[in-house]
Design a protein around this ligand. Structure first.
Ligand code: ZN
Length: 98
């Protein structure tokens, strides 16, 4: 993985929103993570734009994280495992294409 951010000597006054990956539990800027959303009906979707309502959980765009996240997502999203399973191929496609 080449995620060397390099030295940054500019003090950032702007707060960068960070989220924790459900898979590996690392924090990363929101923009680097894929949001997975569940609406109030328990419908789970990949939410790359981060604009869907409802509960959201974040994963790195890595298949390893996605795999670890799968069993944690129902709890994170307060939905059932079937809802996650139903959305899984779309979520996986989102990660592998990105
Ligand atoms: Zn991760």
């Amino acid at each position: 993985m080449s995620s060397n951010r390099g030295a940054c000597d500019v003090v950032e006054s702007k707060h960068i929103p960070e989220r924790t990956c459900v898979g590996c539990r690392r924090k990363a800027p929101k923009s680097e993570l894929l949001r997975i959303a569940a609406d109030k009906n328990g419908w789970v979707r990949a939410d790359p734009g981060g604009k869907l309502g409802g509960r959201g959980a974040y994963v790195c765009r890595r298949i390893e994280c996605l795999k670890s996240a799968r069993k944690r997502l129902p709890r994170a999203l307060r939905c059932d495992a079937e809802s996650v399973a139903a959305a899984w191929s779309a979520i996986e496609a989102e990660v592998t294409s990105g």
